[in-house]
Design a protein around this ligand. Structure first.
Ligand code: PRX
Length: 680
């Protein structure tokens, strides 16, 4: 079954924006050979305060021998993103259309927001930001749950040309502080707290710790604007609600009862600031290459990288990928389950859908609360037509059996999307047959924080699907596979996945560190953007992304660096050395497998293991918790002291076939580590 080719549903193909491989190939060829013409035609659909001349529409350098790397689209043009997403939609008759159905953590909490109201709230909050001294180019950090104020805050930043930096609200206070400090954010936006399933997240208190830490490093967050969220949502049964609603909907008191620490000079409530704010705000026109947002992603050195995206190119790329990859039509309801704290949420919860005038679901909760059928019930409730999620979610839901799915009417679905990691054929087939009833196209979208939008993906009305293959490049994208020496692999083969030329939505730099941008992505292969992923091309030309080939791990779709985890583990007083590798995991894709060498005289016991797990949770976030901690009295090192991770990966999976060990300083260590395997 997995080897079969699955053809797009003929009904869907009839009306699809791209409905055949011939059309795809023609469009793709034009986008590569005449990028100026291809993208300038698309750009005409949007509002530009000033336009770009043809000779300046696109320029770049991917070759370090010829100077600094740069990528520029639409030089000379100016626009405002919120104007294109909101004012333009309201003017085109979409004012009363629902932009977001908000579905809270609890089934009893839901609301909706029209495009007109979204514009009004965005303008009001833009005025609040202005009143806090935020100006064009200033950074605003956002640490929020999945609530309507989150896209409002992002769009309010774009309204006045401020640069948002959203930090996933599952990060610890240390991780938050590191990111706030790096971007020197002037303002921090958060909520008092949020329920995730039946767990309460104390967001404001995490922000307090982070702001203290930031201050101790010499930077001051001038204002912290807090949404009073807990009072308006239902408290999960068995919990005390700290001023929230009880299960029967009655109020349990006011937010003032929530035990928050408060700095009167710095902290204020969102709703109080919004009360008198003016509901109109003239947009600040920004240049095409002015920064739009920073989004941090893990870097292999352990220090997060502030990926910088700019205005015009990101806008046209988010718009075009959303339109073609999800084949969104005006009456569809689209749902992307990703958190806005990740790039998927930026491009495919906020920018892509809104610029297309789409109606989306914004979901605060988890797939498992109150029951393991929450996703299916939400699809039925809103008659979702495009459903975009991650392989790890699919795999974890498969476990609960098919009956839970069959209770619901999922007939509204047309396109299913997958993102974040390779999807195994078993999960693909379950998604296709059980969720999509064998009639929906699956778009397995390969991309990265850095790429801004999909770069290798099927198109639902055109591409015959092979389970597990992201298939072909999107418009404007020219992939190559290279061998270790940088030689291009033609036809069938496997190698480093790189891109030869920029597409509009690609990152422009790493915030405050252009040198790191150049060395990370362009030094390995001169003239190419290096993704850090490996891929295989089959005899039909399909691309199969095989996963990271650097020291990065992908746990449930969260990218992490081994160095980042190792440095936290090595900080523990009882730890002499730590080495982290990934191990395949049936649900998470990969999990963290940590080798720990204790200091002389220190015990490797359960207490130490628990302390190390806790430390990772506190320093990075709960999603980074290691699955296995392995006692390693020594590590396999070369004579020059380099840890041979290749061998550690073999030990992690119990594969005795470790290959050549002759370069090891102490060959005996390998046997010892096999003996000490925790599962042995
Ligand atoms: O390894 C690839 C994997 O996720 C990495 C990018 O992670 P991040 O920047 O956090 O963005 C995730 C969401 C776009 C990639 O380098 N990845 C993402 N999508 C796929 C994938 N691997 C295989 N197939 C995919 N569809």
């Amino acid at each position: 079954m997995a080897d079969r080719i699955y053809y797009p549903n003929a009904e869907l193909a009839k009306t699809a924006y791209c409905n055949s491989m011939d059309q795809y190939k023609k469009m793709h060829e034009k986008s590569i050979k005449q990028p100026e013409e291809f993208w300038s035609e698309i750009a005409k659909q949007f509002y530009w305060e000033t336009t770009s001349s043809n000779d300046k529409f696109f320029s770049y350098n991917f070759n370090r021998n010829e100077g600094d790397i740069f990528i520029k689209w639409m030089e000379g043009a100016s626009t405002n993103i919120s104007f294109n997403l909101l004012d333009k939609n309201v003017k085109c008759g979409n004012g009363d259309k629902i932009a977001f159905y908000w579905e809270g953590n609890d089934v009893e909490d839901y609301s909706r927001l029209t495009y007109r109201k979204l514009l009004e709230e965005t303008c009001k909050f833009a005025n609040v930001l202005k009143s806090k001294g935020v100006q064009k180019g200033d950074r605003v950090a956002i640490y929020m749950p999945m609530i309507l104020e989150l896209p409002i805050a992002m769009l309010a930043c774009t309204r006045i040309g401020a640069v948002h930096s959203v930090i996933f609200a599952g990060y610890s206070s240390d991780s938050l502080a590191e990111r706030v400090l790096d971007s020197k954010a002037k303002v921090l936006l958060t909520a008092d707290g949020a329920w995730r399933g039946s767990k309460l997240l104390h967001l404001k208190s995490i922000c307090d710790h982070a702001m203290d830490k930031v201050k101790s490093h010499g930077h001051n967050v001038e204002s912290c604007i807090v949404i009073s969220h807990l009072r308006r949502v239902t408290c999960p049964p068995g919990n005390t609600s700290d001023g929230g609603k009880t299960k029967n909907g009655t109020s349990n008191g006011s937010t003032s009862e929530v035990n928050l620490s408060w700095d009167d000079d710095r902290d204020c409530w969102w709703h109080e600031e919004m009360e008198d704010a003016d509901s109109s705000c003239y947009p600040v026109w920004v240049a095409a290459e002015d920064p739009l947002f920073i989004l941090y992603t893990s870097g292999s050195t352990g220090k997060p990288k502030g990926v910088l995206h700019t205005t015009a190119g990101y806008l046209i790329y988010a718009a075009t990928t959303f339109k073609y990859v999800f084949d969104y039509k005006p009456n569809d309801v689209y749902w992307c389950t990703a958190d806005i704290g990740w790039i998927t949420g930026h491009t495919y919860v906020v920018y892509g859908p809104l610029v297309n005038g789409a109606t989306s679901v914004l979901f605060e909760g988890t797939p498992f609360y109150p029951q393991n059928d929450r996703y299916w019930s939400v699809i039925e409730k809103y008659k979702v037509s495009q459903f975009y999620t991650a392989p790890t979610a699919i795999r974890s839901l498969m476990k609960f059996g098919d009956d839970l799915v069959k209770k619901y009417n999922l007939d509204s679905l047309k396109v299913l999307g997958s993102v974040g990691e390779p999807i195994n054929s078993e999960a693909w087939l379950w998604f296709y047959n059980l969720i999509g009833h064998g009639k929906c196209s699956i778009v397995d979208t390969f991309w990265q924080t850095e790429t801004g939008g999909h770069v290798v993906t099927p198109l639902p009305g055109a591409t015959p699907m092979k389970p597990g293959s992201a298939s072909f490049p999107f418009f404007g994208v020219l992939p190559e596979l290279l061998d270790e020496d940088g030689k291009i692999i033609e036809g069938e083969g496997e190698g480093y996945l790189v891109f030869r030329q920029p597409w509009p939505g690609m990152m422009r730099s790493l915030y405050g560190n252009h040198e790191r941008f150049q060395t990370t992505y362009f030094d390995k292969f001169n003239g190419f953007y290096c993704t850090g992923d490996g891929a295989r091309r089959d005899s039909d030309g399909y691309l199969w992304v095989t996963g990271r080939i650097d020291d990065m791990l992908n746990v449930s779709g969260h990218l992490m660096s081994t160095a980042e985890v190792e440095s936290v583990l090595a900080e523990h007083a009882a730890v002499s050395e730590a080495a982290v590798v990934s191990k395949p995991h049936p649900v998470k894709g990969q999990c963290l497998y940590c080798f720990i060498t204790p200091n002389e005289g220190k015990n490797f016991d359960k207490q130490l293991q628990d302390e190390l797990k806790k430390k990772i949770r506190e320093r990075i976030g709960p999603f980074a918790q290691p699955d296995i901690i392995h006692h390693a009295p020594g590590l396999p090192k070369t004579r020059s002291g380099k840890i041979m991770r290749r061998i550690l990966r073999k030990i992690a999976v119990g594969d005795r076939n470790v290959g050549d060990t002759s370069t090891l300083a102490d060959e005996g260590i390998v046997d010892l580590l096999f003996q000490l395997r925790p599962e042995a």
